[in-house]
Design a protein around this ligand. Structure first.
Ligand code: F6R
Length: 256
């Protein structure tokens, strides 16, 4: 893992945005895995401002709530179109987001996996992290080899996401999410985390044992994972000084 600690969420986001911008310039038909929630909002704003060419880009989102129509204001379909897609020149046919209203969830999930493979696999997967260590909606105890499937959200996640729905009761119980095995097949993972509420989960993911109790910890096994943090999210890392030194002293050829 490469741990990149910046003073603010804005600065950490800029590192991530530069990485994605470089990928899209070098590979105009790149396949991106995308996340929703508060964390990537700054990233999407910065990517929009960079005016990149998205015509040939294909995207796959990590997850969607079961039972929410694409038009529901809190669906991840609405989120993605509102916060990124409608502002860039992406082709609608190249956008993939799990269908929370599908009648046949297992069949839908198998097709989603096939579509990722048919697109050539994900070049770069953007990830946030839950306060319980989830990536996508792979909650603690998820199989580290899991594929796209239905999952039940923990009470903690429903509580965390109540801010979007007005009340905890309104947060759906189920979601469709890419599996941890699916995420691990991305050529590159880019995990973002900001704010003090993420510090415990980040410390466990980066410096703790690899365990299904903190699904993000599996990224320790991924050969190319960058973790972009602000100071608050990095606050519980024991080796923060080392990570800072490494990033600040990278040889030029190795820099983002
Ligand atoms: C969303 C997703 C989740 C979020 C996580 C953090 O697509 O996959 O793993 O990244 O719940 O959410 P925020 O960013 O709202 O704190």
């Amino acid at each position: 893992m490469e741990i990149i600690i910046q003073p603010t969420a804005e600065a950490a986001t800029s590192v991530a945005a530069r990485l994605i911008a470089r990928l899209l310039r070098e590979k105009p038909n790149a396949v991106l895995g995308l996340a929703t929630g508060s964390t990537p909002l700054l990233l999407y704003r910065e990517l929009i401002a960079l005016k990149l060419d998205w015509r040939k880009v294909t995207t796959f989102n990590l997850d969607e709530y079961v039972g929410l129509d694409a038009k529901h204001p809190q669906s991840y379909h609405s989120f993605m179109w509102e916060n990124l897609f409608r502002h860039v020149n992406i082709a609608k046919k190249n956008v993939h987001i799990p269908d929370g209203m599908t009648k046949d969830i297992p069949k839908f999930c198998a097709t989603y996996e096939k579509q990722i493979r048919a697109a050539g696999g994900i070049d770069l997967q953007v990830l946030g992290i839950g306060t319980d260590g989830h990536i996508g909606f792979n909650e603690p105890s998820s199989s580290l080899a899991s594929r796209t499937r239905i999952k039940t959200l923990t009470q903690q996640t429903r509580k965390d996401n109540a801010r979007f729905f007005g009340s905890e009761a309104a947060v759906p119980h189920h979601c469709i999410t890419m599996g941890i095995g699916t995420i691990m097949e991305a050529r590159q993972n880019l995990l973002l985390a900001f704010g003090p509420k993420k510090a415990r989960a980040i410390a466990a993911a980066v410096e703790g044992p690899i365990t299904a109790m903190n699904p993000a910890s599996v990224l320790q096994l991924h050969p190319v994972t960058k973790v972009c943090l602000d100071t608050a999210a990095a606050a519980r890392l024991k080796r923060a000084d080392y990570y800072r030194w490494v990033y600040e002293n990278k040889p030029e050829w190795q820099q983002i």
